[in-house]
Ligand binder design. Structure first.
Ligand code: AMP
Length: 193
């Protein structure tokens, strides 16, 4: 199985985020899951890559050339794909990956996650999307998405679109138990009055 992991570049975050990422990477290597990620050497990206490599796992970075030029790439990761644009990078994250894991992060992580959720809502992907809610990081976003549902900007039944777990050891079971049913675009409730 190959998963794409979206996560933070910031190094200034609480230690618990690093420890959760480390635990997740150990779980992924144990389960022989290959990782594709943004290729960064800092923050949770750096932690993810460090632990994957230490544990003998497989990790590929996908990074736009402009980030490589300013040497943002992880120095130990040898499997790299360089893209021309951020858009191309995001589409490569999804090529051939079986699931998406979103760890805490800033706008980069959030836009990657929102794109994946949107693609899944539009039936363009069916991969499981799992959010690791360390320190309740995603609570605000989840309550805003719930607000979108309450105000009828979105339909409900989103438990098939994304799953939320609190602990790293829950991530792989959430992926394995997810359904892959494509969204029925002919039957989207909120398009009619
Ligand atoms: P953020 O969640 O805002 O920290 O962004 C994480 C995402 O932003 C990554 O997937 C990258 O697209 C990009 N990014 C931002 N800063 C860096 C960095 N220093 N090194 C590598 N990627 C970065």
């Amino acid at each position: 199985m190959q998963v794409c992991v979206y996560c933070a570049s910031s190094a200034r975050i609480h230690e618990e985020y690093f420890r959760a990422t480390e635990k997740l990477a150990i779980e992924l290597v144990k389960a022989k899951v290959e990782v594709v990620y943004g290729g960064g050497g800092t923050g949770l990206m750096g932690q993810l890559a460090d632990t994957m490599l230490q544990e003998g796992g497989s990790i590929r970075g996908i990074m736009p050339q402009f980030m490589n030029e300013v040497e943002w790439g992880h120095r130990g990761v040898t499997d790299f794909i360089y893209t021309q644009t951020m858009h191309e990078r995001k589409s490569k994250f999804l090529e051939g990956t079986d699931a998406i894991i979103s760890l805490p992060g800033g706008t980069g992580t959030l836009e990657e996650l929102m794109e994946a959720i949107t693609l899944k809502k539009l039936g363009q992907i069916t991969k499981p999307i799992v959010l690791l809610n360390t320190r309740g990081f995603y609570n605000g976003l989840l309550s805003f998405l719930d607000h979108c549902v309450q105000e009828d900007f979105m339909g409900n039944g989103n438990e098939d679109i994304w799953r939320v777990v609190n602990e790293p050891h829950e991530v792989i079971p959430a992926i394995l138990s997810a359904t892959h049913t494509p969204v029925d675009l002919k039957n989207v409730g909120y398009l009619t009055k």
